[in-house]
Ligand binder design. Structure first.
Ligand SMILES: Nc1ncnc2c1ncn2[C@@H]1O[C@H](COP(=O)(O)OP(=O)(O)O)[C@@H](O)[C@H]1O
Ligand SMILES: [Mg+2]
Length: 458
């Protein structure tokens, strides 16, 4: 950073704290400091007393120390500003103004050299296994019986531990097992992290509320350390750099709008976009796993292996697991189990619900599921309704067009049958694919049987 850049950044930081830009004297003190001048020389240049310069300097170091979260003085002003610029800006809690002039493009994924003040943990090097310090899994559901998800667990583990991805989206239709899979993953890999937290976004927290909660959690060691009791918490990014943290955000669709194509932030929630962007771009050693029916568009669009972002679209349980699930849910194995096993695409919630219905009615599968019929118990309808209620009008139209087709159809056919412009329909199909509400085979689209049955019943 050159002198002018440092001064510009200092001005923003001071402004964010005091609401006033640097005055001439303050700027002269900072400029002189950057030019390695003594207070005496600065005083001479500015034609005022040395004590006045010292006073102004002390005031500036105080403001900068508070805002940067580290002791700033005349001797480390430039290096502190450079560290800050490299690690900026997740600190919405301290109202630091984010602007385009902040360079948020971290080239390397190595954390900056931040002194480790944590008394419980001597070493945070990547080569050593981190000692888990804190876990808050109070919002994570209890794990019950778990049917095999080995391939998915392996994939996620590789992305997180070996490839050190920092942002992973786990998506899939309701009931497919996203939350269950993530809970199992947390149990398997939590000891690789110093901090692990599971946050449900069910109550749609704003970014400020969510960050506050996270900072409260991550600043626990500082609070325990009596020498730092009165210190202000650091900006969030500092914790993500200093410690290896695993943050799971469940029900992430709660921050997106209903009635729009998938992944559009609700009004008042758009700042999550720059938050996720910073998690991707800034250099740190933590990982965020986002779970939900919808994902931020900026994540869904990324298909490159060269980024630290991945998406796993969860599909059904494998055949062996489906059998096990039905057996455990009280169904007796008979020849026509296959019908049941194939008709629900291995969605565990559907299989459980249908098994319960079959049991309660006390009739055989053949009788209840003749030919192509599909049982759709009320609880499943409720679950599908919750997801479908969020759709935009054009997506609803695309679904009803697809529901009329018995075979997969291409886009040309849908355009022919529909009333909306081709480009709108294409966007709707893309959005429905991201929500996992339609299937795709090459350039042909179809509806999963469960969704078809639900749409037909509307
Ligand atoms: N691998 C699995 N083994 C056993 N049960 C599962 C599995 N995956 C999901 N389930 C069950 O299916 C239901 C829906 O799972 P859940 O993880 O809540 O789905 P989602 O988060 O995708 O909506 C839950 O009752 C859960 O216990
Ligand atoms: Mg869930």
């Amino acid at each position: 950073m050159n002198v002018e850049e440092v001064l510009k950044l200092a001005d923003k930081i001071v402004f964010s704290k005091t609401g006033r830009h640097l005055d001439d004297l303050q700027e002269a003190v900072l400029r002189g400091t950057l030019q390695r001048e003594k207070y005496k020389e600065i005083a001479k240049d500015f034609d005022c007393s040395e004590s006045r310069i010292r006073e102004v300097g002390a005031e500036l170091w105080q403001i900068l120390s508070e805002q940067l979260g580290e002791e700033v003085s005349k001797s480390n002003f430039r290096s502190a500003m450079e560290r800050w610029q490299n690690s900026i800006v997740l600190n919405f809690a301290q109202d630091v103004v984010v602007s385009d002039s902040f360079n948020i493009c971290g080239e390397s994924r190595h954390p900056p050299d931040i002194p480790n003040s944590n008394p419980h943990n001597e070493e945070t090097s990547n080569t050593k296994q981190p000692q888990t310090l804190y876990q808050d899994l109070s919002e994570m559901p209890e794990l019950g019986v778990l049917y095999d998800r080995t391939p998915e667990l392996d994939t996620l583990t590789t992305w997180i531990l070996q490839e050190r991805c920092c942002l992973i989206a786990l998506t899939g239709i309701s009931g497919i097992g996203k939350t269950t899979l993530a809970a199992q993953l947390v149990q398997q890999i939590k000891d690789e992290f110093e901090y692990v937290i599971w946050c449900s976004l069910e109550a749609s927290p704003t970014l400020a509320e969510f960050q506050y909660k996270l900072i409260q959690f991550l600043s626990q060691p500082e609070k325990l350390d009596s020498s730092t009791t009165n210190q202000k918490p650091l900006p969030l990014i500092k914790y993500l750099q200093k410690y290896r943290c695993f943050v799971v955000l469940d029900d992430v669709h709660k921050i997106f709008s209903s009635g729009e194509l998938a992944g559009k932030y609700k009004p008042g929630y758009e700042n999550y976009r720059s938050f996720f962007k910073q998690i991707e771009k800034l250099s740190h050693q933590s990982c965020f796993l986002l779970i939900g029916w919808e994902q931020p568009r900026e994540i869904s669009q990324v298909k490159s292996k060269n980024t630290p972002i991945r998406t796993l679209q969860l599909t059904g349980l494998d055949i062996a697991a489906r059998r096990e699930l039905l057996r455990d849910n009280g169904l007796e194995e008979i020849d026509d189990w296959d019908t049941l096993i194939h008709r629900y695409q291995g969605n565990p919630l559907c299989l459980k619900s249908v098994a319960t219905l079959i049991q309660e009615l006390g009739e055989g599968v053949t009788k209840l599921l003749p030919d192509d019929t599909l049982l759709l118990p009320e609880d499943l309808k409720d679950v599908l309704q919750q997801q479908c209620d969020r759709l935009s009008e054009i997506e609803k139209q695309a679904l009803s067009l697809l529901a009329k087709e018995s075979e997969p159809v291409n886009i040309a056919k849908l355009i022919e049958n529909g009333t909306r412009p081709a480009s709108d329909l294409r966007n709707a199909l893309q959005s429905l694919l991201r929500r996992c509400l339609i299937g795709q085979q090459g350039s042909f689209y179809n509806l999963p049987l469960v969704v078809r049955e639900y749409i037909k019943g509307l």
